[in-house]
Design a protein around this ligand. Structure first.
Ligand code: PMP
Length: 373
């Protein structure tokens, strides 16, 4: 098997799995229970939270456990919009965000009357500081911009945007960092809210974090027993919390080493693709090496099916949006044709991939391009 779909999800690592096994079989009590057994669960959760806070250089109470980046994004965006609507009515994002951001903004616009600016990205898939600053209005109070794009790997300079936004103290800045955590270095210094997910870094699906700076309050999406400082009620899934802290620690410890290795893979694939006729690369050169997106002059769905039949797994678009539209809105936003946006293929690497796998992939791709009409 060749698995090149790591931006969609990654396998759970053995280290994470062994932590899970240990915690879930030995400890099951509710961390909110007052008895001794509950206290053990609460202690495990506390330790996980402390470790995560240390990794991100934030305080323990700035770590909110969620069910994944979709929830973190929704909580950050809707929670901030509802809590701070007295500050204004205008909110800003970009036109290539993940659907969990775009659809949250659409709901705020359509159902609640907020005014939304969707910043158009450049042909390289990014927005710049000036563009964001120029879009600010007197009543802007929330900006949400992704760090790394999940379809093409373009990287926004969110640190520079965050620094600029500090001049406007009533504006909150949210970053969807799902594709950058453990891969691209990112300082949270001037970022108010940041989303991430465990299953992109060899943790479990259904597990995520929202970093929420302590001076910020959010209207909760889930009301209930008041867990997570009353911002995210529901019995804490502390085995997952232990696991996400483990997955994060491993990913961050190896970040630089894995980056250098994956960049080599990316350069190698780019080079090989450049000699295949009918292939045009969509990912910018200065993007995340973990993602390489290209368009072909044949039907991408037929090619990916052919690859899948050979046990080679890639995506046509991001897994989250592939069911709804015939073409990728991200590739379209780069100024590419509908044809190119329909026939794009996303390769997403992990540190476990090899150059030999790239060789086999390119061989099969070439063969399919030659044989499919
Ligand atoms: N944002 C981005 C950029 C993503 O790539 C994803 C996962 N495809 C999400 C948010 C949603 O994450 P989750 O699957 O944890 O809900």
């Amino acid at each position: 098997m060749i698995y090149f779909d790591n931006a969609a999800t990654t396998p759970v690592s053995e280290e994470v799995l062994s932590s899970f096994d240990k915690v879930v079989t030995k400890y099951f009590a509710n961390p909110a229970s007052n008895h001794k057994l509950g206290q053990i669960s609460a202690d495990l959760e506390k330790k996980a939270r402390e470790q995560i806070a240390k990794l991100f250089l934030v305080e323990d109470n700035e770590v909110i456990f969620t069910s994944g980046a979709t929830e973190s994004n929704n909580l950050a965006i809707k929670g901030a919009a509802f809590r701070y609507k007295n500050r204004g009515n205008h909110i800003i994002t970009t036109n290539v965000e993940h659907p969990s951001v775009l659809n949250a903004f659409a709901l705020l616009e359509e159902q609640f009357g907020f005014k939304v600016t969707y910043l158009p990205v450049s042909s390289e898939g990014t927005v710049n500081v000036k563009q964001v600053e120029d879009a600010l209005q007197d009543d802007t109070f929330l900006v949400s911009i992704m760090s790394v794009n999940n379809e093409i790997g373009s990287i926004n300079d969110v640190e520079a945007i965050a620094k600029m936004l500090k001049k406007y103290p009533k504006i909150l800045f949210h970053v969807d960092a799902t594709q950058s955590i453990g891969k691209i270095d990112i300082s949270l210094k001037n970022i108010d809210l940041l989303s991430m997910s465990a299953h992109k870094i060899n943790g479990f699906k259904g597990s995520g974090i929202l970093i929420k700076k302590k001076n910020i309050d959010l209207v909760p999406l889930l009301s209930g027993g008041g867990q997570e400082q009353n911002i995210r009620s529901g019995t804490n899934n502390f085995p997952y919390e232990v696991c996400i802290s483990k997955a994060l620690r491993i990913a961050l410890q190896n970040r630089e080493k894995h980056y250098i290795y994956v960049k080599e893979l990316n350069d190698y694939l780019r080079e090989k693709l450049s000699s295949i006729e009918g292939v045009s690369i969509n990912s910018p050169l200065n993007g995340s090496p973990y993602i390489l997106n290209f368009s072909i002059n044949k039907k991408a769905s037929v090619i990916t099916e052919g690859l899948s039949n050979e046990d080679i797994y890639v995506s046509t678009k991001s897994a989250c949006s592939s069911k709804h539209s015939p073409y990728s809105y991200v590739i379209k936003a780069l100024g590419k044709s509908e044809q190119e946006a329909t026939n794009s293929i996303r390769i997403s690497f992990s540190y476990q991939n090899t150059k030999q796998e790239i060789d086999i992939f390119c061989q099969k791709l070439q063969h399919l391009l030659n044989t499919i009409k």
